[in-house]
Design a binder for this molecule. Structure first.
Ligand SMILES: Cc1cc2nc3c(=O)[nH]c(=O)nc-3n(C[C@H](O)[C@H](O)[C@H](O)COP(=O)(O)O)c2cc1C
Length: 200
């Protein structure tokens, strides 16, 4: 009996440090594995997202929508925003829960996240996730919109570590890339401090 207790004690002492180390490594992996999730209807946010991917070297996932949204069907975007209608999402091939932080890039539609992004976030459990937000807009987007987006994300248990707004009106692709680079250079992705950058 004494021998068994002794053996158990030895095993605990030998195995425990390795188990703790493995758990800590796993914790770090989950915490510091970024994923860029973006939606783009007309291409501007895609430019931002691809520049982020290039600069950060992390995985990129594009949210797709099965709803018609171009030409006359832009009306569908308006209906979604005004009546809080869910999107008809395309296939989702990533498990966002496996990543942290999430970098969300999304156009502003009527002062809110575009519905495909809202539907993506509402459809999964992202409680406790740290998120960086980059919205694109045409100049009609201010502090109230930022606050509403922060509230929306906080309401789903996410911690907003950074918020940036990139103006796309009358901007070339190169200028949008430049604005995105500025965000990165301003230590936007510093996990320790929450920042807000408005690029007009
Ligand atoms: C339905 C709809 C609503 C929009 N609402 C706003 C708005 O409230 N404020 C604003 O500044 N821009 C607004 N925009 C402009 C887009 O946010 C902007 O053009 C954005 O960069 C588009 O990104 P994308 O090219 O990735 O789709 C709206 C665009 C659409 C299609």
């Amino acid at each position: 009996m004494l021998c068994r207790v002794f053996l158990l004690l030895i095993m605990t002492l030998v195995v425990q440090p390795f188990a703790l180390q493995a758990a800590s490594q796993q914790h770090q992996e989950v915490e510091w594995k970024p994923l860029i999730v973006y939606y783009s209807l007309s291409g501007s946010t895609a430019v931002v997202a691809r520049e982020l991917e290039r600069a950060l070297g992390c995985r990129l996932f594009e949210i797709t929508s099965l709803r018609r949204r171009t030409g006359f069907w832009t009306v569908n975007c308006v209906i979604d925003q005004l009546f809080d209608r869910d999107d008809l999402p395309g296939p989702v091939t990533v498990d966002a829960a496996q990543y942290n932080p999430l970098i969300l890039a999304c156009p502003i539609w009527i002062h809110r996240f575009a519905s495909p992004m809202r539907t993506f976030l509402a459809g999964r459990s992202l409680d406790g996730k740290e998120v960086f937000v980059i919205v694109t807009h045409q100049g009609n987007c201010g502090v109230k919109d930022e606050q509403a987006i922060r509230r929306f994300l906080a309401g789903r248990g996410m911690q907003v570590k950074g918020y940036a707004a990139v103006l796309t009106r009358n901007r070339t692709q190169a200028e949008i890339i430049d604005a995105t680079r500025q965000c990165i250079e301003q230590n936007f992705f510093d996990m320790e401090k929450a920042v807000s950058i408005t690029n007009n």
